[in-house]
Design a binder for this molecule. Sequence first.
Ligand SMILES: [Zn+2]
Length: 271
Amino acid sequence: MAEPEPPRSNVPPTTVGTPAEPVAALDAEALARHDTVLVICAHPDDVDFGAAGTVATLVAAGASVTYCMVTQGQAGSSDPHAKPADIAELRMAEQRAAAAEVGVSDVRFLDHSDGAVVASIELRSDLSRVIRQVRPGLVITQPTERNLERIYASHPDHLATAEAAMAAVYPDARNAHAHRGLLDDEGLEPWSVPEVWMMGLGTDLSPKVSVVIDTTDVIDRKVAALRAHQSQTAAMEDLDDMIRGWGAMTAAAAGLPEGRTAELFRRIDTR
Ligand SMILES: [Zn+2]
């Protein structure tokens, strides 16, 4: 069967590799430590390709999860005559529906331009605002590094979003003097995010895999979340098999038993 053309903004699977030291999937106790989580992504659907299984797992463990999308997905249409405002409205609705599939109701959209995201001081300020509002113990975002093995992982908006998210985590959100108006005008106190997980690791697994989430029990919900992005995934007839296949490949790469699916992240200590 031919592999479908990946959607413009999807996050690719982690290719099979053998970690030098397999990392055990996070157990319930470790998962339960993450009670307030903020996911920062460029586009509607990014979180669902890369981390919906993890989000469902964290929510099941008791976490409160907030999504912050930097754009409203207004460039995500193959119809050159579609109006950006209409595309954005549809894609935001799809993202809210997808979020509901994995237990997330707090979905926020910034209005940076889809296809033209820059890691600007304005975006850093916008993300610092959200961090100070949500006060997360964990931020999940996209990788700052370009994946040269599979360019779909490295949409420029993803790289810019990740760069700005990391700058917001350190130093901006924790420094009272950064984006002064956040404190002086909006009363938002500084907040230090202690930990970041980056999704979409590419092929170079071994030193980077530091978080493995076993998604086997929630893989149906990940597929349902992706199906909610009708405008992006309706044409992908084998979406179910593809997502399960990616999850199985990722689980195998991480050394999980056969029959399991997983998502992998790079953990960054940002205390
Ligand atoms: Zn994307």
